[in-house]
Design a protein around this ligand. Structure first.
Ligand code: 5GP
Length: 211
């Protein structure tokens, strides 16, 4: 940006979907394309899955530690999902937004609702729908680390998550990976230029007209 065009406020982009819809791969592709976008790393009380690293995929905490952090106001939002707690650490998000960097949130519907309440005007919510439930169950079963019982619970959570589709600004059916990534990227690009994220505009226009 040039000297007389200050930085905009960052976009809080929430990408929500039932587990198995492809959120993680879409997030990864978007992060690779957009250097000004970073992923909010959540805290959770669930156990790490094989290949997951503390501080990279999640911050893994004991229920006691999580409760302490929640009580101290360290989370922008936190919610319970299948009996485990998940929360968004506050400080990195506030810093990024105020420095004009965008943040991507991979969170479920309750978290999206809470973020919208906490940060009205900041959040752009995208909900991804699966093309079919049968395909989604197949994908969940192919993640072989989850037990049958866990998969049944997740399928119930899938149906519950989907009922919240109409709380989001944008809804995409994830039929084609590349098309979905392009659509999500387009939504981010449009959000960046929203008038309300560029509070410096009125002064800038005044100067333009005064030239
Ligand atoms: P998983 O256990 O499969 O990694 O995540 C389960 C669900 O929790 C997913 O829908 C995921 O988007 C959501 N989730 C992950 N982090 C957070 C968070 O910080 N807050 C909320 N509200 N949900 C989260």
């Amino acid at each position: 940006m040039s000297n007389n065009v200050p930085s905009r406020r960052g976009v809080s982009l929430v990408l929500a979907a039932a587990p198995g819809v492809g959120k993680t791969s879409i997030s990864r592709a978007l992060l690779a394309l957009e250097p000004e976008l970073s992923l909010s790393i959540s805290a959770t009380t669930r156990a790490s899955r094989p290949g997951e690293q503390d501080g990279m995929h999640y911050f893994f905490h004991s229920p006691e530690r999580f409760a302490e952090m929640a009580a101290a106001g360290d989370f922008l939002e936190h919610a319970s999902f299948l009996g485990r707690s998940y929360g968004t650490p506050r400080a990195p998000v506030e810093r990024a937004l105020s420095e004009g960097r965008d943040v991507l949130f991979d969170i479920e519907w309750q978290g999206h609702r809470l973020l919208r309440e906490k940060m009205p005007g900041d959040v752009v919510g995208i909900f991804l729908l699966p093309p079919s439930i049968a395909e989604l169950e197949r994908r969940l079963r192919s993640r072989d680390q989850d037990s049958d019982e866990e998969i049944s619970k997740r399928m119930a959570a899938v149906r519950d998550e989907i009922t919240h589709w109409d709380e989001f600004d944008h809804v995409l059916v994830n039929e084609d990976f590349a098309e979905t990534v392009t659509a999500v990227r387009g939504i981010l690009l449009a959000a960046r230029s929203h008038r309300t994220r560029q509070p410096w505009l009125s002064g800038f226009v005044d100067r333009l007209l005064g030239e």
